[in-house]
Design a protein around this ligand. Sequence first.
Ligand SMILES: C[S@@+](CC[C@H](N)C(=O)[O-])C[C@H]1O[C@@H](n2cnc3c(N)ncnc32)[C@H](O)[C@@H]1O
Length: 294
Amino acid sequence: MSRGNLYLLTDRKGRKYLVRTRPGGRFSHHRGTVEHAAIEAAGPGGVVETHKGEPLWIKRPSLEEYVLLMPRSATVTYPKDAAAIVMMLDLEPGMRVLEAGSGSGGLTLFLARAVGPKGEVVSYERRPAFLERARANVEAWGAENVRFFLGDLAEAELEEAGFDGVAIDLMEPWKVLDPVERALKPGRSAVFYLPNITQVVELLRSIEGRPLRLGRVIEVHHRSWDVRPPVAHPSFRQIGHTAFLVELQRTREPKGGPNREEEQAGGDEKESTVAEAVRDRGADQGPDRPGGAG
Ligand SMILES: C[S@@+](CC[C@H](N)C(=O)[O-])C[C@H]1O[C@@H](n2cnc3c(N)ncnc32)[C@H](O)[C@@H]1O
């Protein structure tokens, strides 16, 4: 049976609703209902009214809108960060990318779009129910270039240097460094999505002696504005902190850690700062173990 079309409806207050149309279907809003057939007839860019006169603007959902509105098991990688991860991995059509954990499939979809139909995303998730949620979300969007695997990435049997990039969004990334290292082509990067700075520090301590070197650590901030002249100011409600993005580059030799003497002596100032912070922390404190789900 063919699926209906996916639409995004926006009401007067800016509330957004995902709708998959079907024959005889009807969308219910708290200010009335509207037939799916009317939505189809008006199409993207059009407007429909509920039987109580509430206007609803119609468009196709963007990937950002879809990921924020689709059903979730785990918390999704925030779209602004997913877009930055695609940039940091320098993905292009035809590439292969490894991901864990799949969660709800949010980041998976950004990766799948970047590598295109001739590329591939290989996604590991250790919780069966989460894997099924991710698979359903990815299928509902229509992406066909994702292969899901149920299991712990730490135990995955991966081909050597088979991937152009690795994206990791899970609680204890230092436990999956063996497969990350094995999977990555030399010169290519892995990006880690880490909500806590304690995780960043633990991860950087863990790459000592491995063929991985620190590329950069960034945060991505979007500051939205409320512009309805004469009102024009930064919105009072903003998206706060989401995560740090840590890029590690695969080197050929196992001496690529952040504490390399030559980098501290004459290298990039920011890199040295991170290296010093990690070293100092190691000298006088034990490692933090962040808690929480994932
Ligand atoms: C925060 S969620 C990922 C969300 C996902 N990036 C998204 O956008 O929907 C973290 C997921 O990693 C999974 N996970 C944690 N450790 C894992 C491991 N070692 N191997 C595979 N999956 C793991 C968890 O079960 C959870 O579903």
